[in-house]
Design a protein around this ligand. Structure first.
Ligand SMILES: *Cc1c(COP(=O)(O)O)cnc(C)c1O
Length: 227
């Protein structure tokens, strides 16, 4: 077994144990392997370990990988980076999910640019829960106005909320913000039946994310090593 395969197996196992501890359904937790800055060969190892969902932050790099693997595999690709509007077309044409929806302009562009022969692009509204200025996302009171715009778009499917909270190493501090995010997710889900995904949790805060009710983990370092 190679190192990537070992790590994926051990993370899947860990997810199972944590989910059980907190009474969550393991089968509903998606593991997205974040492969930004990592070469094709490492992704290939992950695929051989049964990994099917991957996350990329940079449009051009992501599209090259998607194109390469599309010849032999059926994979699911998540765009998780900040999206400039002049790059939206490639995301609409190549990716299956976009996690970083934070303004009407991007919503309209992705809707118009999504090819008709593909299923609707799955989108998540990025919420900036702690007001950190160096990252994207909207404040929590703007969620519903964006959700309404997304719902009017025939080529987009509103799936939920994504959040990158401030880096905290302490579980008790992590969970405070995470519970707030889960509440927002539940409020959105109450109004929109297509909402089923909370994208929260990275290598350093995966345990608190599962405990708080996340069902999509974006894991890079713990699978592919440091960048
Ligand atoms: C890089 C990145 C990740 C993965 O982070 P790790 O700490 O390497 O697990 C997850 N989400 C986003 C948005 C990222 O940019």
């Amino acid at each position: 077994m190679n190192i990537i395969e070992k790590r994926i197996k051990s993370i899947r196992n860990e997810i199972k144990i944590i989910a059980k501890k907190y009474g969550c359904d393991t089968n509903r937790i998606r593991l997205v392997a974040v492969s930004k800055n990592k070469p094709i060969e490492l992704i290939q190892y992950a695929i051989l370990a049964g990994q099917k969902e991957f996350g990329e932050n940079y449009v051009k790099e992501g599209v090259e990988k998607i194109y390469f693997f599309s010849k032999n595999y059926k994979l699911i690709w998540h765009f998780i980076g900040q999206l400039q509007s002049n790059k939206s077309r490639l995301v609409a044409e190549y990716f299956d999910w976009c996690h970083t929806i934070d303004r009407p302009k991007i919503i309209h562009r992705l809707n118009v640019q999504r090819p008709q022969n593909l299923s609707p692009l799955n989108v998540l509204i990025q919420v900036n829960i702690d007001g950190e200025t160096n990252k994207g996302g909207i404040t929590s009171n703007q969620i519903f106005s964006l959700a309404k715009i997304i719902k009017s778009c025939i080529n987009l499917q509103l799936r939920g909320i994504m959040c990158i909270p401030t880096i905290e190493t302490n579980f008790n501090k992590q969970i405070i913000n995470f519970v707030k995010i889960f509440k927002l997710f539940k409020e959105l889900q109450y109004s929109y039946s297509s909402v089923d995904t909370l994208s929260l949790g990275m290598s350093h805060d995966m345990i608190a994310a599962i405990a708080a009710g996340s069902n999509l983990l974006r894991i890079g370092t713990a699978i592919f090593g440091s960048r």
